[in-house]
Structure formats: C-alpha cells, structure tokens
Design a protein around this ligand. Structure first.
Ligand SMILES: Cc1cc2ncn([C@H]3O[C@H](COP(=O)(O)O)[C@@H](O)[C@H]3O)c2cc1C
Ligand SMILES: O=C(O)c1cccnc1
Length: 354
C-alpha cells in the first residue's frame, strides 16, 4: 500500500511543468510598457509575472477560486500546548460549514469558495458541504510516539492532491491553503525546527495565545517530540509522519496538486507554511507555484518563508490561520491582473518615456 501511494505521489510530482519563463518575460515586458516607472508597482508586478509563468497566459482567468481548509486533531494537546481545548476543532469545522468563521467572511468578499475537508478530526462529523476524507481520528501524542504512520502521512498527502484534482475538474484555477486543528502550531514548530534548523526557542510561538509558562512547556514538548522520534531531516515524509499532522500533510498535498494542475496556490500563515516547507522538500518543482500572502505574528514564520524563497506582501499582525491571510491575498492577485489588463501603455496614452 505504501509503495502504491508513493507511486501516486511520484506521478503527481511528474505532472508539474517547469515555470514558463517565456510567458513570464512577456508579462514583464507588457508591465514595463504601462504608464508608470518600471517596477513601481512592486510586488503586484512580480505577482503578474509569476501568474503568467505558472499558467502560460498573460491574463489567466481566476473567476473560480477556493480556499481548501483541512481539519485535523492533535494528540499532543494532552501536553497542554494550546490555550483552547481539542473540542474546538470539530466545533469550528461546523462553523466553517455554516459560513460563520473569519475565513468564510473573507472568502465571500473575495468571491472564493471555502472547501472544508475532514482529514483527521477526532469526532464524527456530518454536513452536506463537508468533504469527508478522514485518514486518522486525531494524531497520536508526538511527545511520546510518532504522530502518524508513514502510510497515513502519504495517504493524507494524496487526499490533498485528489481534493485539488476534483476542484480543478469543477473549474477552479486558483487555490489558497487553510487549516483548523487545535495544537497544530506545535506540530508546525517541530517541522520547522527539523526542516530549517531553527531552534525550538525560535520556532515555537504563542499559537492561540498561551502565557509564558505554557510557552516554556511548549518549547520542551517540541524538544521531546524530536528527541523521542528522531525525524530524518532529509526525508520530509518521515518528518510529517513523526511530528506533523493530517491537515499539514493534506495541505502539502494541496500544494503539490495545485502545481500538478498548473494552478497557483497562495500560502497562508505558520501552519500552511510548515506544509509548504514539506511540499518544497518533497518536490522543489512546487516552489514557483507558491505565492506568499501575509506574515503571521507567529515567530518562525519569516524563517519558513525565507527557506522556501518566498516574500509575503501583506503584514496585518494576524495570527489566526484558517486561510484568512491567503484569502486576503486574492484581492492583491485580482488587483495585479486588473492593472495588467486595464492600464494604458505609454504608446496608447501618448506619455513620454524616461
Ligand atoms: C476559536 C478558534 C478559531 C480558530 N481558527 C483558527 N485557529 C488556529 O488556532 C489553532 C492553532 O493554535 P494552537 O496550536 O495554539 O492550538 C489552529 O486551529 C489554527 O487554525 C483557531 C483557534 C481557535 C481557538
Ligand atoms: O499563522 C498562523 O497560521 C497561526 C498562528 C497562530 C494560530 N493559528 C494560526
């Protein structure tokens, strides 16, 4: 089974096309012909260039866009790492499905769908809008044993790839990553420490808002999880299985799936960026398909993004997750494409070039 899953993952990675430098160059040239000093629209110009290189089109149509919210529980909550109880994970899933969470409000404003996936929640959930793809009923406590088996990690990655395939089939062409899982900033910190070399003191943040004593305990939990499981830093799937989570694995799959389908994927905050680190180390080819959104308040986020080579355009002092920062970035993507299509050129407007 593990071999079959690995083969499926390899097939998805092999579908990823190289970045189209030629179309990206055309976009850059067009951008330079518009009535503004070259480069003066900063990251909006870089975005338009990147979108052209990803899609092979100067003005790709992103009418249909979605944030994929992967939800899973974490056994490491037994160690007192979050300010909230685990029961909040299924409760928030119902909130997403009923349209009342922050990400729902922001997605409605941005004209995006919210696709909520139960990939590892420790509760039985039913709702007509829920995508039920449970791989585990919560992970095991990584401070004592591996969070998941390697097979479950691979299975969760493939759920992410398949969810994107299904949405592409329905006409969606632009994706954002989102998640829900009490305790998942602990797993994300452990992944970040192993994959970037950042110390737990610098990768562990306040998550849902823990106090100083709880933060010290969380640092210790991350150290113990790494000491007990000895994840192999050269094997991102081993890291995911031992100190990750089902929703983080699923999001790594969403990123690989988006790249395999030639679609850009906007990366949200700390947890999504842990998934992005994993995806980039499973398949470097995914990197050009990733668009950073905001810089989270969670310490360690900048290091994650820098390790991938991403630079976030937004800084709003947010620390929520769910995909909220990534969905806000949809507005910037819209803005970048409208500028490309609607601005006059120096020639058409009769403006003198410098
Ligand atoms: C009501 C509520 C809504 C949320 N939406 C996202 N998160 C965020 O907080 C959790 C991670 O923080 P920690 O590791 O400290 O548990 C994740 O579920 C994340 O998405 C939420 C947290 C709460 C409490
Ligand atoms: O940056 C994030 O994604 C984040 C930070 C704190 C809590 N939950 C999510």
């Amino acid at each position: 089974m593990e071999n079959k899953l690995y083969l499926q993952l390899t097939e998805a990675v092999q579908r990823i096309k190289p970045f189209d430098e030629q179309t990206a160059m055309l976009a850059e040239r067009h951008s330079d012909s518009l009535t503004k000093p070259p480069g003066s629209l900063g990251k909006l110009e870089a975005m338009a260039r990147q979108l052209a290189g990803i899609t092979g089109q100067l003005w790709p149509d992103f009418t249909r866009k979605a944030v994929i919210v992967m939800a899973g529980d974490h056994g490491v909550c037994d160690e007192g790492v979050s300010a909230f109880p685990q029961a909040v994970t299924p409760q928030m899933v119902m909130n997403f499905l009923n349209g009342g969470a922050a990400v729902n409000v922001l997605a409605r404003q941005a004209g995006a769908d919210v696709v909520c996936v139960d990939i590892g929640v420790n509760a039985d959930l039913e709702h007509e809008l829920l995508v039920s793809r449970k791989v585990v009923r919560g992970t095991a406590n990584m401070a004592k044993q591996p969070a998941m088996t390697r097979e479950d990690a691979l299975r969760a990655i493939m759920v992410g790839v398949e969810v994107v395939n299904e949405q592409v089939e329905r006409g969606f062409r632009l994706f954002a990553t989102g998640e829900m899982g009490i305790g998942n900033t602990t797993a994300s910190a452990a992944i970040t420490t192993v994959l970037t070399g950042l110390s737990p003191e610098n990768s562990v943040g306040r998550g849902t808002g823990i106090n100083d004593a709880a933060w010290l305990n969380k640092v210790d939990v991350v150290k113990r999880a790494i000491a007990v499981n000895k994840p192999d830093s050269s094997d991102p799937i081993d890291v995911l299985a031992k100190v990750g989570g089902a929703e983080i694995a699923g999001l790594a799959g969403v990123i690989i799936g988006a790249a395999a389908n030639g679609c850009p994927v906007v990366i949200d905050g700390y947890i999504s960026s842990a998934a992005a680190l994993v995806a980039s180390q499973i398949a470097e080819e995914t990197k050009p398909y990733m668009i950073a959104s905001h810089l989270s308040q969670e310490q360690g986020h900048l290091k994650q993004l820098e390790s991938i080579g991403l630079s976030p355009p937004i800084q709003l002092e947010m620390r929520l997750g769910e995909g909220t920062g990534a969905v806000l970035c949809f507005h910037f993507i819209d803005a970048a494409l409208h500028l490309m299509q609607e601005m006059a050129t120096f020639e058409s407007a009769g403006v003198s070039k410098g």
